[in-house]
Design a protein around this ligand. Structure first.
Ligand SMILES: Cc1cc2nc3c(=O)[nH]c(=O)nc-3n(C[C@H](O)[C@H](O)[C@H](O)COP(=O)(O)OP(=O)(O)OC[C@H]3O[C@@H](n4cnc5c(N)ncnc54)[C@H](O)[C@@H]3O)c2cc1C
Length: 499
């Protein structure tokens, strides 16, 4: 195991994609086995030394940034232990890079759907944040793919948690560690918001599986060292496109039509029982007019007068491809898409280019933010279907009136857009932060969530109070204490420092 203390060796572990300043740590540990992770935690727990868990640090909310104590980097726990085609399962260590797993899985004719747009993240990081992304529209977040977890707890004890084995009863979960100790934890009682994606705080509910408590716990309950993941059979082929619209109403009507058809066909997959048409998108992503202009320097083929664009993907087979292509065509024509200037493909190589276009947007925003020497102010809220159009209007009205540079893009299929404000100076940064607070309030008022996929981390801990109120944040803190009585893990994540 490597242990580093020299500031220049630790420096890269003090930042993540949030660009949050002030990170510092005494020591960086780079363990190679789960036993070494346990050894570090045993010592840290005895001394009450805070421990921050570091994945690939692509998180956007400062979750992996340490403010004192030790950092444990999982980068050397990076073995793909097995990929079993028969049971369609992969066993991986936490530090495996998502893209490496996806490539290997695909070479076996299989498919691991979680796709948080940033493919350099680690599997452990995606589980700790319950990452989701474009394809979550069809497949849901990472949670749905995790069958088993190996976890090292705050005091160095370990636990193996299999899906379906430990379910809460009367609001309590009882987790047995590998040494036979039983941790009894009371679950929070807040109702989950009425949205399809939510990463605001610990899971709650009537019947909670212990594995789901660790998924999305943002490094506050234990270190995930190993995971068994469910795989799917790789879809035969894809039809995908980036479609431009001159009128935003047409674009929004198109999205509603695609979303309704996709949900209806998921509910009634048998062609005889289909109620509309066979369209079934696996992803529906949005770019507003400003996002298109922002990125047109890198992609000059973007039509100059587009009011917005939609990136979609449809899985196809040789039997249904013709039927599906004509169904999409019908939708596109009915909603006045600018088909002539849009981009369509059925090849893997061109599909990669479309995905790169989608990926390039947040990356370019981050580059600009760094160049402006400012912190990113980006929203991650989702609202119920019925309130999406009004929330988008609210975003645009307030942002346009503010005079800030901004782009809006993201997972429109799940009513979950990122409004990224790009302040040029400190004064604009203050305006952006005020606006962010207004968006939080509006989202909560509309029954939404303050974080649909990026998590709370250190950036948004104060807003958890706004979403849930003190009583429920106290319930979360009580649950954390059951697993980490000294509060050493992920200090500052979810809860304010000193909570
Ligand atoms: C350009 C860009 C686009 C993005 N798009 C999306 C998107 O569409 N959807 C989405 O969900 N996210 C997105 N993200 C955010 C990010 O990629 C995800 O949050 C990712 O899952 C984090 O993985 P990581 O390995 O980088 O974790 P880190 O950033 O290193 O850590 C994230 C959190 O998880 C904890 N953690 C990490 N590893 C472990 C472990 N083994 N055990 C316990 N806790 C751990 C850390 O302490 C921290 O709190 C994007 C990021 C970028 C830069």
């Amino acid at each position: 195991m490597q242990v580093k203390t020299a500031p220049d060796e630790i420096q890269a572990y003090l930042i993540d994609a949030s660009n949050m300043p002030g990170g510092h740590a005494e020591k960086l540990f780079v363990p190679e086995t789960a036993d070494e992770v346990a050894e570090i935690l045993r010592a840290a727990n005895q001394n009450s030394t805070p421990v921050t868990i570091s994945g690939a640090r692509t998180g956007t909310v400062g979750g992996a940034i340490p403010f004192g104590g030790y950092v444990i980097s999982l980068e050397r726990l990076n073995k793909i232990k097995s990929i079993d085609r028969g049971s369609r399962a992969a066993v991986v260590e936490a530090g495996v890079i998502l893209q490496d797993l996806q490539r290997l899985v695909e070479s076996e004719g299989l498919f691991y759907p979680p796709d948080p747009t940033e493919w350099s993240c680690q599997i452990g990081g995606t589980i700790a944040t319950n990452a989701s992304g474009a394809r979550s529209f069809k497949y849901g977040a990472t949670r749905g793919f995790v069958k088993r977890l190996g976890v090292v707890l705050a005091d160095g004890d370990t636990a193996t948690i299999r899906r379906g084995e430990i379910i809460s009863e009367n609001g309590f979960l009882e987790v047995k560690t590998d040494t036979g100790r039983v941790i009894r934890a009371k679950l929070p009682t807040y109702p989950q918001p009425d949205v399809r994606k939510n990463t605001s705080g610990y899971i709650s509910g009537e019947s909670v599986d212990a594995i789901d408590l660790f998924i999305g716990s943002e490094g506050t309950l234990g270190v995930i060292v190993e995971a068994e993941l469910e795989l799917f059979t790789k879809p035969e082929s894809f039809f995908s496109g980036i479609v431009f619209f001159a009128d935003e109403h047409d674009l929004l009507d198109f999205v509603a039509a695609v979303r309704d058809a996709s949900f209806a066909n998921r509910q009634f997959p048998n062609p005889q029982s289909r109620i509309r048409n066979p369209v079934g998108a696996s992803l529906i992503e949005y770019f507003d007019d400003r996002a298109l202009k922002f990125i047109s320097e890198k992609f000059p083929d973007v039509p100059a007068d587009a009011a917005g664009a939609i990136f979609f993907e449809q899985e196809t087979t040789s039997e249904n491809e013709d039927e599906l292509l004509s169904a999409w065509n019908e939708f596109l024509e009915r909603h006045n898409a600018d088909v002539e200037h849009s981009w369509f493909t059925t090849t893997d190589a061109d599909r990669e280019k479309l995905r790169e276009f989608r990926h390039a947007l947040p990356v370019t925003v981050n580059e600009r933010i760094v160049r402006n020497k400012q912190k990113k102010v980006g929203t991650d809220m989702a609202v119920p279907d019925r309130n999406f159009a009004s929330f988008l209007r609210f975003y645009k009205e307030k942002l346009t009136a503010s005079g800030l540079e901004y782009v809006i893009f993201g997972h429109i299929g799940d009513n979950h857009l990122h409004a990224n404000m790009i302040p040029k100076n400190d004064e604009e940064a203050t305006i952006a932060r005020h606006l962010y607070g207004r968006f939080i309030a509006q989202s909560i008022m509309l029954g939404g969530t303050i974080s649909a996929e990026h998590g709370i981390g250190k950036h948004k801990s104060k807003y958890l109070y706004v979403q849930y109120g003190e009583r429920y944040v106290n319930e979360m803190a009580e649950l954390k204490r059951a697993f980490d009585p000294k509060g050493i893990l992920g200090r500052g994540n979810l809860f304010d420092f000193g909570f």
